[in-house]
Design a protein around this ligand. Structure first.
Ligand SMILES: Cc1cc2nc3c(=O)[nH]c(=O)nc-3n(C[C@H](O)[C@H](O)[C@H](O)COP(=O)(O)OP(=O)(O)OC[C@H]3O[C@@H](n4cnc5c(N)ncnc54)[C@H](O)[C@@H]3O)c2cc1C
Length: 370
């Protein structure tokens, strides 16, 4: 079976829903294809204690404010509920339990093939598949000798199963610190191992949440994303809890271990400590394998784009990438802005070139650098 619409959005998380909002407001017929059972993105899979780092007033998608006290910090399940409700107010056709396997060029623009056997065609295609399905798992020295558990933060839910364990959390970002501090309350020892120490900044400055200042100063929206070659260390927003836990050594912070052994880790200062579990909180990469056949990605699977607009295929766009356009691109508060801009630009793509493999006259230009 095959259906044709104006735009196909792959991924029904916050990015896909924000895209659907702007597509339908532009008068375009949009179909959202979501692999999971509900259009709520990866949020149900994040760890149980997750609380947003931005207050509700800075955590909304276009057209629907986040409910509740605007100054409260919503928890994971509130975000799931918000997205579930948001999706019911969209006039796009949202299909769940359908996974896109590949995309190919088609006379209309793009043909999107799915695991149900259905094929969808459209002149416009938006990739909003996030990164949760593609956790970055670094090579750990001595991993082959280590007999304990190595897992990614993507698989961490609660501290319960690690009570009395010796745990090393690898990473220096928000997830690494949150998980390590949480584990330190019940585990025997917890060490946070990172190449750079975590950068903890106060959640409040001059009586206001830090996101107020990001907005007021324009830091949140400054279009500097295309100049960011390597994303800087993400600061950890803190009401004081993390700072005091780190100062108390729960968790201990150490430079990255030099190697693992059967049941231990060796550290740069020559010491050795017991380890049963290593949790790598080392981030995610864009989960875009379904676009490989189209030739839209670099050899290491990254999208070739400029501010979300494909530099290889007119009519193709991306949403929810880190630093896609600005600091806030891969967040609840920022993705709506990027979606509005992307939809406007995609809708301007000349019909004659949609889906074709190359923008006229751009081959070899710096547009293809990412
Ligand atoms: C632990 C953690 C904490 C975070 N905390 C915050 C926070 O406090 N505030 C904030 O603003 N941001 C936060 N983020 C960042 C970001 O907002 C979230 O990662 C968010 O889930 C990204 O939304 P998304 O729609 O881009 O991707 P996702 O939520 O990952 O949604 C992508 C969707 O695409 C679907 N999909 C994937 N492949 C296919 C396919 N081939 N076919 C069909 N469907 C497919 C998936 O099932 C999924 O539903 C956090 C991220 C993480 C990992």
């Amino acid at each position: 079976m095959s259906s044709n619409v104006d735009a196909i959005v792959v991924g029904g998380g916050q990015s896909g829903l924000a895209a659907a909002h702007h597509l339908t407001h532009a008068g375009l017929q949009a179909t959202v294809l979501e692999a999971g059972p509900e259009p709520v993105g990866s949020w149900p899979h994040y760890y149980d204690s997750l609380t947003l780092f931005s207050p509700a007033r800075y955590s909304s998608l276009p057209g629907r404010p986040f409910p509740g006290d605007p100054d409260h910090y919503p928890d994971r399940d509130e975000v799931v509920e918000y997205l579930r409700d948001y999706a019911t107010h969209l006039s796009a056709d949202i299909r769940t339990d359908i996974r896109v396997t590949t995309a190919t060029p088609d006379s209309t623009g793009f043909a999107v093939h799915t695991d149900t056997g259905e094929v969808f065609t459209a002149p416009l295609l938006i990739a909003a598949t996030g990164g949760f399905g593609n956790p970055h798992r670094p090579d750990l020295p001595g991993r082959d000798r280590f007999v304990g558990t190595v897992m990614h933060a993507a698989d961490y839910r609660t501290p319960a199963r690690f009570a009395d364990h010796h745990v090393v959390v690898v990473g220096a970002g928000n997830s690494a610190v949150q998980i390590a501090v949480e584990l330190a309350e019940t585990a025997a020892t917890v060490t946070l191992a990172a190449r750079r120490p975590p950068k903890v900044v106060a959640q409040q400055a001059f009586g206001r949440d830090i996101h107020y200042w990001f907005t007021r100063t324009g830091l949140d929206t400054a279009p500097v994303g295309r100049f960011v070659e390597r994303p800087p260390t993400v600061p950890i927003f803190d009401t004081g809890h993390y700072k005091s836990a780190l100062a108390a050594g729960r968790p201990a912070v150490r430079p990255m271990f030099t190697g693992l052994d059967t049941e231990s880790a060796h550290w740069p200062d020559g010491t050795t400590t017991p380890v049963q579990t290593v949790i790598t909180a080392t981030g995610y990469r864009p989960d875009l394998g379904w676009l490989t056949g189209l030739g839209a990605l670099t050899t290491d699977g990254a999208p070739r784009h400029r501010e979300g607009l494909s530099t290889t295929h007119p009519g193709l766009g991306y949403l929810g990438l880190e630093w896609q356009r600005s600091l806030s691109s891969a967040s609840l508060r920022g993705v709506g802005r990027d979606a509005a801009r992307l939809v406007t630009r995609l809708a301007r793509t000349p019909v004659s070139v949609r889906g074709s493999a190359e923008w006229p006259g751009t081959s070899g230009s710096r547009l293809g650098r990412r």
